[in-house]
Design a protein around this ligand. Structure first.
Ligand code: S3P
Length: 171
């Protein structure tokens, strides 16, 4: 396994915010798989979904993880919420580093995502139902992919980071 921190979890669980916080306080470089794709494709995620569909986007995600596997360690990687859904990606993520699932309550997710305009899978319809349905499909996948599960509702960033470090020390 490589020496990266790999953050997975539902849209809005705080992967990007926590990942950037880690990179400000500790010697990890922040990388976001969505940013990698947007930069390479020179278009937004909404446009990729609209023009080429979800399957195409999922393949771009796999390519991104394979690319990161070739790169040097020392990164904290925020992973798009749907990336672990593709089975092939789950093993790749666990090779990429310590996979940490940020588990956030549905109530908090809905609060954060209610007015979101950048996530195609949440567009239109009842946000609570959408979060419910996707979470039902994904909860087990996140739990099984992760080396470590952190509850973001109960812990602050310092405590969360310390748990990741102590997981690494006990390997
Ligand atoms: C998605 C999550 C998004 C982004 C895309 C699809 C998903 O990333 O990859 O909109 O399927 O859950 P974030 O989890 O960073 O919002």
């Amino acid at each position: 396994m490589k020496n990266n921190i790999v953050l997975i979890g539902f849209m809005g669980c705080g992967k990007t915010t926590f990942g950037k916080w880690i990179s400000r306080h500790y010697p990890y470089k922040f990388v976001d798989t969505d940013d990698c794709i947007v930069r390479a494709q020179k278009r937004t995620i909404n446009d990729i979904f609209k023009m080429n569909g979800e399957d195409y986007f999922r393949n771009l995600e796999t390519e991104t993880v394979k690319e990161l596997l070739k790169q040097e360690d020392g990164k904290v990687i925020s992973v798009g919420g749907g990336l672990p859904v593709k089975e092939e990606n789950r093993a790749l993520l666990r090779e990429l580093g310590t996979v940490v699932y940020l588990n956030t309550s549905k109530r908090e997710l809905v609060r954060r995502l209610r007015n979101d305009k950048n996530r195609p899978l949440l567009a239109g319809g009842d946000i609570e139902k959408k979060v419910d349905t996707l979470m039902e499909q994904r909860r087990l996948i996140y739990e099984e992919t992760a080396h470590l599960i952190l509850s973001t509702d109960e812990k602050n960033f310092t405590e969360m980071y310390e748990e990741i470090v102590s997981y690494g020390e006990n390997l």
